[in-house]
Design a protein around this ligand. Structure first.
Ligand code: FUL
Length: 622
């Protein structure tokens, strides 16, 4: 190359450099507003907050799996109290490759295992406690589920994550804060050192759900820095600071879902003060509006994860084999999680054999087939990516000839921030534009369904945006409507028609209709006369289906009687574990049957300690 040529190239490069727009300054993961920032300046900064590279890689997975497996699998419980014998843990055919093959076939990009749930039972060969697989008959005490699963994930090329419950109902040091923090960090260190790469570390909401008399003060700073040191590429979820709990366990993301939020991760020392100053909690409806940002001092990139189980419970229970969510219901969940700027974390609990049950395996495969079929072909023939869209600008999509569409897929390039506040969808039919739907936030991915249309063109107008929007993906699809959207939950094996409430009028609790609720002030027992003697082996308590859960029973006693005078207390765990976050019907099995004409449900403690009782429906099991 001659010197003149080189000079030309340099000059040309300089010239191009001068004409391009100045690069936007971007912030990563967190930003603090200058004290005198105006709302306009704050919004401009908010639009330039971006995810860390780990958060971005996490978001791009879209579809991840939870595996709840442990001592509860063998005791039929949702929460163990830490006293169940390790001898009970004995899967007969455990095969983690079967789990991973089923997950991979269904398109899951990561599997997160409950290495330790609230009961404290460890699924790996730990040095930190005797309460582990080491003392189980499984593989003569030499087995290690964490090892088998992490190896299987690596072999089949999906990511691997661990759930380590901060709450531990077995550890004697629990509540003696420094001692338990040491134990917890030692457990975490084993998991993050001995099993190759770990991509997500999941800490549920600590001990928020169950009072055990001791208040553990966690050293979150030390816990999170242990993760950063040992697995710098891992994201930390829920009590961590990379991934936010969506606020329910029902599979429902927000229609307005900001990954940019003033909500402070609970593990930060200033979180209580910062969140209460703004009136924010994980369940808040609004976590990112302009009104909130106006009052905020700082912002976080803290995207939402939707965790939900394919069955009513998180752990496997044989009697839930007929209650696996239907395809229609899972499709709804897909649209309201992945389709609402969230990552889906779907729980598929392995059974006592140590396998993913065939019903669940078949169902997730059907879900994948539905998703692949629906999104196989973009029916917008001119779709591309669009940079720097100004407020009010529109993208006009040509619809493939003769095709009917009912779904818009749209996504922002979040590596430049989340910006869009409102968009409008219109269809061009018979020479005029007609409004069909509207959305608020977009974020990484947004799916909007509308009625089937055979329009020639679809127009998407970015009606409000915080800064010029960058649309990285857009498309039109036809999503087949599935009518059967929820698995029917049977509350009683015996007809409630002739039942009568003896002590109070609580008709709504026994009317065979889950959506009517009986509620009363005080912790009020309910006595029911079934009209004749029955053989019963359990009961079902369905909490209210209303959003307001006041009166939902957490701890209880259940009695039966032949004459309504003499009562026998039935053997149960006495708590509807996790009902506050997962308000589904709870099926309690006594492990034997009783002859009874009367039964009594006596509430001992309400979910928030309030003096109220409510029942959506109560039934008995044969
Ligand atoms: C909750 C736990 O209490 C449940 O048992 C389950 O593990 C769910 C994913 O998180 O906090």
């Amino acid at each position: 190359m001659t010197r003149t040529n080189i000079l030309t190239i340099i000059l040309a490069t300089l010239f191009i450099g001068c004409t391009t727009q100045p690069k936007e300054q971007l912030y990563t993961k967190e930003l603090i507003f200058p004290s005198n920032a105006t709302l306009e300046e704050k919004i401009d900064m908010a639009a330039r907050l971006t995810p860390s590279k780990e958060q971005l890689a996490w978001q791009q997975m879209e579809f991840t799996a939870f595996l709840h497996f442990g001592i509860n699998t063998f005791t039929d419980n949702e929460w163990g109290n830490g006293t169940d014998s390790p001898e009970l843990f004995n899967p007969t055919e455990l095969d983690c490759e079967q789990w991973v093959r089923a997950l991979k076939d269904a398109g899951f990009k990561m599997a997160i295992l409950t290495a330790k749930h609230h009961d404290g039972f460890c699924l790996w060969q730990t040095e930190t406690t005797e309460y582990s697989v080491k003392h189980s008959p499984w593989r003569e005490g030499k087995g290690d589920v964490v090892r088998e699963l992490s190896d299987a994930c690596k072999k089949h090329g999906i990511k691997f994550g661990v759930y380590l419950s901060p709450w531990d109902r077995n550890a004697p040091s629990y509540g003696d804060s420094p001692a338990y923090n040491r134990l917890f960090i030692a457990q975490l260190s084993e998991l993050l050192t001995n099993y190759g790469s770990v991509d997500e570390v999941w800490f549920d909401g600590a001990c928020a759900e169950g009072p055990n008399g001791k208040k553990q003060v966690y050293d979150w700073e030390a816990i999170l820095s242990t993760i950063r040191r040992l697995q710098p590429n891992a994201v930390t979820a829920i009590m961590g600071d990379d991934v936010r709990w969506v606020g329910n366990e029902g599979g429902l993301g927000r229609t307005t879902e900001w990954s940019v939020t003033p909500y402070t991760p609970k593990s930060y020392s200033y979180s209580t003060a910062a969140n209460s100053a703004l009136g924010l909690e994980e369940m808040s409806k609004d976590l990112g509006s302009r009104e909130l940002i106006a009052k905020a001092e700082r912002l976080h990139w803290y995207p939402s994860e939707v965790d939900v189980s394919i069955r009513p419970g998180w752990f496997y229970h044989e009697w839930q084999d007929r209650q696996v969510r239907s395809l229609g219901n899972l499709v709804e969940i897909y649209f309201s999680s992945v389709g609402r700027n969230s990552v889906l974390l779907l729980n598929i609990p392995p059974n006592r054999r140590g396998l993913i049950h065939e019903i669940d395996a078949a169902r997730i495969k059907e879900l994948r087939e539905y998703i692949d079929k629906t999104f196989a072909r973009n029916l917008a023939t001119n779709a591309k990516s669009y940079k720097g869209i100004k407020e009010g600008d529109a993208i006009i999509l040509d619809v493939a000839e003769g095709e009917s569409v009912n779904t818009l897929l749209i996504g922002e390039d979040i590596s430049k921030g989340q910006r869009v506040e409102e968009f409008i969808i219109e269809a061009y039919i018979n020479g005029a534009w007609h409004y069909i739907a509207k959305g608020t936030t977009i974020g990484y991915k947004r799916l909007i369904r509308f009625s089937d249309t055979t329009a020639e063109k679809i127009r998407v107008t970015i009606a409000h945006t915080r800064k010029d929007a960058n649309i990285s993906t857009i498309g039109l699809y036809y999503a087949e409507l599935l009518t059967e959207s929820s698995a029917l939950l049977r509350v009683s094996d015996i007809s409630t028609e002739d039942w009568q409430c003896v002590n109070i009028n609580a008709e709504a609790a026994i009317d065979g209709n889950r959506s009517t609720t009986w509620q009363s002030e005080g912790l009020v027992p309910l006595i029911v006369d079934m009209g004749k003697e029955e053989e019963i082996s359990g009961f079902c308590y369905a909490p209210t289906t209303e959003e307001e859960l006041c009166g939902t029973i957490f701890k209880y006693n259940f009695y039966i009687s032949l004459d309504g005078e003499e009562w026998v207390l039935c053997q149960t765990s006495g708590e509807f574990s996790n009902i506050k976050h997962n308000p589904i019907p709870y099926y309690v099995h006594f492990g034997r049957s009783y002859r009874a004409r009367y039964f009594k449900l006596e509430p001992i403690q309400e979910i928030d300690g309030k003096e109220y009782t409510s029942i959506g429906e109560i039934g008995v099991l044969k």
